[in-house]
Design a protein around this ligand. Structure first.
Ligand SMILES: CC(C)(COP(=O)(O)OP(=O)(O)OC[C@H]1O[C@@H](n2cnc3c(N)ncnc32)[C@H](O)[C@@H]1OP(=O)(O)O)[C@@H](O)C(=O)NCCC(=O)NCCS
Length: 193
């Protein structure tokens, strides 16, 4: 039996096709272009790490899919004009804050967390849903039984909550963060069995 590649093809509403697959060592340039393109609004909703070339270089140089799979959606994959339009982190490593909030509800060893972002120009066109479904199916194939959100979702981020609900997540709690100003967040979970 061949090992799964966790790759698929999705079709955008305009008919173009994108490859969804784990990040590879050669993705530094398109990943950098994707990171630096993210708007201030998107960055205010999504911040797992800095969005610059050193980060893209470091992520591409330290790929370990047994711990963290970084899925990318790529237009023109394998060609010089390859363009990353989506990035979703599927991590077996749970952030300490998330671990603390979930406590006993966390399914130790069977849990992973998700952190998705779609390029601004492609948001709200169904790309996240298509890509997210593949990431969830891949997580299931990897033996993940419980998916949580990396750092929750901001209460004002209604589009993201709707997106998560479409994937099957349900809200299980709330908490406040205090970076500069107080913000309400929600924890959401997807059980995969
Ligand atoms: C959240 C995100 C990943 C979703 O991906 P996407 O490609 O934009 O999502 P889709 O187009 O597949 O689906 C969006 C859904 O939200 C709906 N939606 C849009 N704006 C909405 C709003 N203000 N309130 C509720 N639902 C909304 C859309 O109608 C669509 O649902 P439908 O298919 O039932 O009509 C993407 O928007 C993104 O990167 N946002 C910025 C970063 C972010 O918020 N990441 C999550 C951090 S927790």
């Amino acid at each position: 039996m061949t090992a799964p590649t966790y790759a698929t093809t999705i079709t955008l509403r305009d008919g173009r096709q994108a490859t969804v697959r784990p990040l590879e060592a050669g993705d530094v340039d398109p990943l950098t272009a994707f990171f630096v393109s993210l708007s201030a609004d998107t960055r205010s909703r999504y911040g797992p790490h800095p969005f610059d070339r050193p980060t893209a270089e470091s992520l591409c140089a330290s790929i370990d899919n047994s711990r963290i799979v970084r899925f990318v959606a790529v237009l023109n994959d394998g060609q010089p004009e390859a363009e990353i339009i989506g990035y979703m982190i599927l991590s077996r490593e749970i952030w300490p804050g998330d671990r603390e909030r979930y406590g006993d509800r966390l399914r130790e060893g069977e849990c992973a967390c998700l952190a998705p972002v779609i390029a601004d120009a492609f948001q709200n066109q169904g790309v996240g849903t298509l890509m997210g479904r593949h990431v969830v199916a891949s997580a299931r194939e990897m033996g993940v039984k419980q998916l949580i959100l990396m750092g929750g979702v901001l209460a004002f981020n209604e589009r993201a909550q709707h997106f998560y609900e479409k994937l099957g997540f349900r809200r299980v709690g709330e908490f406040w963060t205090h970076y500069g100003e107080d913000k309400l967040n929600y924890d959401m979970v997807l059980d995969l069995e």
